[in-house]
Design a protein around this ligand. Structure first.
Ligand code: PBG
Length: 326
């Protein structure tokens, strides 16, 4: 009896052999770091469900951003939490809004060393915590009125110096509308990272504490996607590309690796994946209890998201992972 001709273990024998035939790489440049900034606080406020993360002051935001960029991470995505909320989320499009101030502060701090991405949504800004506004007694956000508001937010974020705006509200036509608004306002070079296929997920829990954007009533299933639907996700992604998205994103990442893989294979477009707060919290909680090796699990998660087809990974692990990958 002869041994098989193929002995895959030959190439697994040493780390140098394994490195030689590794199919994808994971480096700090593949990571995008989300940051939270809150108006009207004097000290950063740690977020209990997201170890290592805080709601920042403008001052602590700068420091955190500098440290992250020094580790080789090339992009930051900023979420603003205003001191005052109202039904329209009117703090979201102000030139002196917290997100706009944060983008200017970050630009001053890191210059051209990092791509600055502004999350574009209303849920942090509305008193009801929804991603859009309500009209006519409906209990679902009004799509077209909300999209008009998004246009104003996009222009104010671009004026503040964002390289990319990232609409996350899952309103229909939001990418095309924002593209038009940016172009009309003279911001043809400001790009759009579209949360193209964003699922109505149970994994956003810690984020809603961090960004203070939990809906006060109802849920987001009238606009975020049904977790069962991959074909529809592909349609959403193709539509956002047609509307002018520069980078398309799937969110969350781990439960939707098939969607990331298909989207990359079928569109060849720059693809991002959001390794969301609940995915982060699971790893952290299990590691804290000694049930998994946190570092190994994190690097495996990020490698898997890359392998599925993501060019970029928005992840709360960015800072620590950049250290480990150095
Ligand atoms: C909404 C938004 C959410 C996240 C990013 N943008 C939450 C939601 O839809 O409720 C979640 C990110 C995360 O969980 O890390 N603007």
């Amino acid at each position: 009896m002869s041994f098989p001709e193929h002995r895959p273990r030959r190439l697994r024998r040493t780390e140098i052999l394994r490195s030689l035939v590794r199919e994808i790489d994971l480096t700090p440049r593949h990571l995008v770091a989300p940051l939270f900034v809150k108006q009207g606080i004097d000290e950063p406020l740690p977020i209990a469900s997201m170890p290592g993360h805080s709601q920042h002051t403008l001052e602590s935001l700068r420091k955190e951003a500098r440290e992250i960029v020094e580790k080789g991470v090339l992009a930051l995505v900023v979420f603003g939490i205003p001191a005052r909320k109202d039904p329209e989320g009117s703090e979201s499009w102000k030139d002196e809004g917290i997100a706009q101030q944060a983008v200017r502060a970050l630009r001053e701090e890191v210059g051209d060393a990092a791509v600055l991405i502004a999350d574009l949504c209303l849920c942090e800004y509305t008193d009801h915590g929804h991603c859009g506004v309500f009209t006519g007694g409906s209990d679902a956000p009004d799509n077209d009125v909300t999209v008009q508001i998004y246009r104003g937010i996009a222009v104010s974020q671009a004026a503040a110096g964002a390289d990319l705006v990232a609409p996350s509200g899952m309103m229909d036509g939001q990418v095309g509308a924002i593209r038009g608004a940016l172009d009309e306002a003279g911001f043809a070079d400001t790009g759009i990272l579209s949360y193209a296929a964003k699922f109505a997920s149970a994994f956003y829990g810690p984020f809603r504490e961090a960004a203070e954007g939990a809906p006060r009533f109802g849920d987001r299933r009238s606009h975020q996607m049904d977790p069962a639907n991959a074909e529809e996700a592909l349609r959403e992604i193709r539509q956002d590309i047609a509307e002018g998205a520069d980078i398309v994103m799937v969110k969350p990442a781990l439960p939707y690796l098939d969607v990331i893989g298909r989207a990359k294979a079928e569109t060849g477009f720059p693809m991002a994946a959001y390794n969301v707060s609940g995915e982060f919290a699971m790893v952290k909680a299990a590691a804290e209890r000694g049930w998994i090796d946190g570092r190994a699990a994190t690097l495996e998660v990020l490698t898997a998201i890359r392998r599925a087809g993501a060019d970029l990974i928005l992840t709360y692990h960015a800072k620590e992972a950049a250290d480990w990958l150095a």
